[in-house]
Write a protein that binds this ligand. Structure first.
Ligand SMILES: Cc1cc2nc3c(=O)[nH]c(=O)nc-3n(C[C@H](O)[C@H](O)[C@H](O)COP(=O)(O)O)c2cc1C
Length: 183
């Protein structure tokens, strides 16, 4: 399975890092594209260097590399996840504003009617931001605010990452036991 992972410059950057690790553990082919602000947030919020995060993917591209394979919908993928997804990136995707590799790849996934999961991170949300998310949902994207549930009784921060990873994998049709399901 081939998945594009986009990481944009919203808080909660570790969600993106943990997802890459979990997908690697499942031998999923991941193609990573990070925005400039994502790289800065990695340095601000984590103990990783951007180059270490890039190594978690099969291949990593710069956000200005418009000639990368994932810039074309002829490069077949099973889906794409943007986590965390900033309001700016979500708005660009909602409006088919494809000025970066990340937003271009997301638009390709939408046009090919594949799964696009957007882990939007912002709180509270403005009316314009909510409108963009509504538009995205109508366009077929799955808007997944990074708001983990607590019914699996998380004990450590990693349990919150697992919850979101499990939900993302569920959307992509990847079998997983990342979190304890409600029964
Ligand atoms: C420390 C920090 C935290 C931020 N957190 C968020 C956030 O949670 N959500 C958001 O939409 N933007 C957040 N931003 C603002 C984005 O980084 C900014 O809008 C940027 O232009 C996003 O660009 P990108 O989507 O291309 O990465 C944050 C910025 C900084 C410096």
């Amino acid at each position: 399975m081939r998945i594009i992972v986009g990481i944009s410059g919203a808080s909660g950057i570790q969600y993106g890092v943990e997802l890459l690790k979990a997908l690697k553990g499942k031998k999923i082919e991941t193609y990573l594209v990070m925005s400039e602000w994502a790289e800065k947030l990695i340095e601000i919020e984590t103990d990783y260097a951007p180059k270490e995060v890039k190594k978690l993917a099969i291949k990593s591209f710069g956000n200005k590399e418009m000639d990368a394979p994932i810039s074309s919908s002829s490069f077949l993928v099973d889906g794409m996840v943007v986590v965390p997804c900033s309001v700016k990136t979500a708005s660009e995707i909602a409006n088919a504003h494809t000025g970066t590799l990340l937003t271009r790849a997301a638009d390709n996934v939408l046009k090919m009617k594949k799964t696009l999961v957007l882990g939007v991170r912002e709180t509270p949300l403005s009316s314009p931001a909510l409108e963009q998310m509504h538009k995205l949902s109508l366009a077929g994207a799955i808007v997944m605010p990074l708001a983990p549930g607590f019914y699996h009784k998380p004990k450590e921060i990693k349990d919150l990452f697992s919850f979101i990873n499990g939900k993302i994998m569920d959307c992509l049709g990847i079998e997983n036991t990342e979190f304890k399901r409600w029964e």
